[in-house]
Structure formats: C-alpha cells, structure tokens
Design a protein around this ligand. Structure first.
Ligand code: SPV
Ligand code: MG
Length: 436
C-alpha cells in the first residue's frame, strides 16, 4: 500500500512554491490535496478568484497530485480523522502568526493516529496572498465581481457590507483589516447608498440625483476596488425603466440592486412615519420585480426587494405577506427595514419569515438597532448586514470641526494637529503615487 501525504491548499493561483511542496510531498507517497472550500476560507481570507470547481479542475491536473478532496473547515482536524493520511506536509510559515493553533491541532491529531508532520522551508517572497495583492492591483472583471456576492452569501454566515460614496471610501473598504481572536476581518463589499450619494453632493435623498450621475461617480469606486457592490436603486423608477437599470448595472459588474416598494416622492426611510411613505400595491411592485428579472442577462445578478411596511408603521404581518409575494414574483432576496430602536420588529419578522422560507437571503440595515452584533443578527436568519451611511456620517463631523478650528484660530496649526492626517500620510495613501 502506498503511503498517503495530505496537503491542504487554497490553490487559487499556481506558483512555484506550491509546485515545490507537491514535489516534496510526492517523495513520501501519494499526494492527496485537501482543497479548501469557499466556506472554509470565507472567515479567514478573501474568497479566491476561482470557485471551488475551477480550482479542483486545475489542481487535479497537476503532475504529482493523486487525489483532490474538499476541506470544508479552516482546521485540518476533521479531514485528518476522515482520511487518516500517513503524512501531512506544510510550509514552516505556520510556526508563527495567527495560524499557529492550526499547527498545534495538526500535531496532536497526527500523533494520536500514528502519522507524521513534515514541515518544509517556506518559499520566500511567493505566496497565494502576496500574489493576490498583486492581482488586486491589476483589478477584476465585471463578471467576477458581479458573481462574488452570491458566493459570499453561500460561504459565510453573514456578509458584511459598508457604505461607499467615493473612490476613497471604496479604498477604505477594500483594504481595511483588523485581527480579532486570531482571525483577520474585513468588509465583504460596498453599499452604494442613495442617502450618501445624494448628501455628498449636497442634495436631498429624494431620487433627485439621477441614475446616470450616480453610476458615473460609482465608476470611481469600481476603478480602484475588486469587492462586490450592492446598489441602492431607490424605488427602481417606472416599471418600463427598471429593465434598463438592471442591464446597465449588470454591465458594470454590480452584484445586486435593492429596490423599495414605495411610490410617489421617495423620502428617506429613517424619517419613518414623520414623512409620507406610500407603498406600492403587492401587484404593482411584483410587476416591477418581474420586469427586472426578465431583463437580466447573467444568472448571478440579484434583484432584492425592500419592504417598507415597518417604516410606514404597518404590522409585521403586512411585511410578511408582501415579502413572500415578492419572492414569488422572482426576488432573489428581501430587505426588511425599520427605524425601531429595539430591533424587536425585525427579529420577529426574520424568525417568522424563516418558518416558511429557509433559503431566500434576508438583508438588514441596522442603523437604529445597532446594539446587535452581526452574529446575533445572523442568528435571527439575516444573511447580509449593511452599514448604510457610516463613512459619510463619520467624516462630516470631523470636517466641520476642522473648519471651525481654522475660523476660530485664524490659522490651521490647531486643526492640523487635532483633526488632520499628516501630509506625508496623505501623499502615500493612494496606491500608485509616484515618489521621486
Ligand atoms: C440608503 O442608505 O440610502 C438607504 C438606507 O436607503 S436608509 O437610509 O436607511 O433608508
Ligand atoms: Mg436609499
């Protein structure tokens, strides 16, 4: 019986370091690749450019690989117990950094099963993630970006989206990471908010900034980012126009549009019943959803129906009736909105919605009920959490304070020290800035 050698990998981008480790493994026996699924990767790294089947197809055809099996967790334990390999091979880079605990687990399981761990020197300067950084700087195709939202929804317990209204906020969302409990966290994508698109132009959020203008500006964000975008489509306009909107968004590589079931002059939902919030009929809004679905070209684009019943002061029953009807009409997801601070109405809605619909993605915008964590919202059945306006709301007070400080002191010394980033930092902020 030939010995088996287990090698876990993401296998997104082939490079000499991976070929080296496969060749090293083949010296000990038949190499079994534990290929990480999107689910295994989603909470630890960015999703691979290639999906699982594409990666499997590439890896299976590499000389020295005998078998490819899915590894569905970041931890190796389950697969090592299932396949009981004689060896596991890994680069020695896991001795340091957040994945150290993974190594400890592997040593324990292999020792218990009478197997052996082989560590080989890490190929310096080349890794999947450093190559990915390079690729990020090259960009992304519209189709890859578009389809990434659906992949994220199926791979992650909750997809985390932050509002962007400029290339700069797009860059913040693209690159900001924090380490929490050994895991790297980042945002999964961007929300093109009608509120912040309008506000950043000094205009009210009443569909006064037209689609062409918003898309023109969104292009700045698309040029410097690779993550998926969910577009706030307001009411979606007239039924006859909505199909054109869908096609335009698809062409740009936008992953989803959210349209709300309101008619007449749209006013921001967070006014609640202080403003006139008139909802469309179920039939009328369903016809708009159908018109969008009929116009759609790709399989991956999502039309998400936003229900404003709770905003308009109606009961959860009304929201449930509408959302089920919208799904029936073809909506790929629903967004339930509320300005209630307790979150009780959203929680009740989600739990009751999930009793009869276990799979349609639910989107929530917890602006007022912001005491709940993403994990708690996911427990209610929510799949996508949108932080809908926080980039603009945090920047504005800082700018006002800076302006006041300059006026007060008749100079910028105080403002620079207190409210401004160093000049050196802003000069180096944007990738591609050339230094002499
Ligand atoms: C937006 O961000 O424009 C939204 C969400 O539509 S809300 O402002 O809460 O209505
Ligand atoms: Mg809006």
């Amino acid at each position: 019986m030939p010995k088996t050698v287990y090698l876990g990998m993401i296998g997104d981008i082939m490079h000499p370091g991976l070929i080296n480790i496969i060749n090293e493994g083949a010296k000990y026996g038949e190499v079994m690749i534990g290929l990480f699924t999107d689910h295994a990767i989603a909470n630890h790294r960015r999703l691979p450019y290639l999906n699982f089947e594409q990666r499997r197809n590439v890896i299976e055809n590499i000389r020295g690989v005998s078998r490819v099996v899915p590894q569905d967790e970041w931890s190796y334990v389950e697969n090592l117990k299932r396949y009981r390999p004689d060896y596991i091979i890994h680069g020695d880079d896991w001795q340091q950094g957040p994945d150290r605990y993974i190594r400890d687990e592997v040593f324990k399981v292999m020792a218990a099963q009478g197997g052996e761990v082989i560590e080989i020197p890490y190929t310096k300067g080349i890794s999947d993630s450093s190559l990915k950084d390079e690729m990020t700087s090259i960009g992304v195709t519209p189709q890859t970006r578009l389809s990434s939202l659906r992949r994220l929804i199926s791979a992650k317990p909750v997809v985390r989206i932050l509002e962007s209204h400029s290339g700069l906020t797009g860059l913040i969302i693209e690159h900001t990471t924090v380490d929490v409990d050994g895991q790297t966290r980042e945002f999964d994508g961007m929300w093109a908010s009608s509120l912040t698109d309008s506000t950043s132009k000094g205009k009210p959020d009443i569909e006064a900034v037209d689609l062409t203008t918003r898309l023109h500006d969104l292009n700045d964000t698309l040029e410097v980012t690779t993550k998926p975008v969910i577009f706030d489509g307001d009411t979606g306009g007239k039924v006859e126009h909505f199909g054109f909107t869908v096609r335009t968004l698809e062409r740009l590589g936008i992953s989803a549009v959210i349209i709300e079931d309101k008619v007449g002059l749209k006013q921001n939902s967070l006014f609640g019943t202080d403003a006139v919030q008139t909802q469309d009929t179920i039939e009328g809004f369903s016809a708009k959803i159908r018109a969008g679905k009929d116009a759609q070209i790709t399989r991956d684009f999502m039309i998400i129906a936003r229900c404003e019943s709770l905003i308009a002061g109606k009961p959860v029953d009304d929201a449930l009736e509408r959302c089920h009807a919208y799904v029936e009409a073809g909506a790929d997801g629903i967004m339930i909105h509320s300005k209630n601070k307790s979150g009780d109405d959203i929680r009740e809605f989600c739990i009751r919605f999930r009793q009869t619909d276990s799979h349609t993605p639910i989107v929530a915008v917890p602006t007022t009920y912001n005491q709940f964590t993403e994990e708690q919202l996911a427990e209610w059945g929510i799949n996508i959490v949108i932080y809908a306006n926080h980039m603009l709301r945090s920047a504005y007070p800082a700018m006002v304070e800076c302006a006041k400080s300059i006026l007060t002191h008749s100079r910028s010394l105080e403002a620079s020290d207190k409210y401004c980033m160093p000049i050196k930092e802003i000069l180096n902020l944007i990738p591609g800035t050339i230094k002499k």
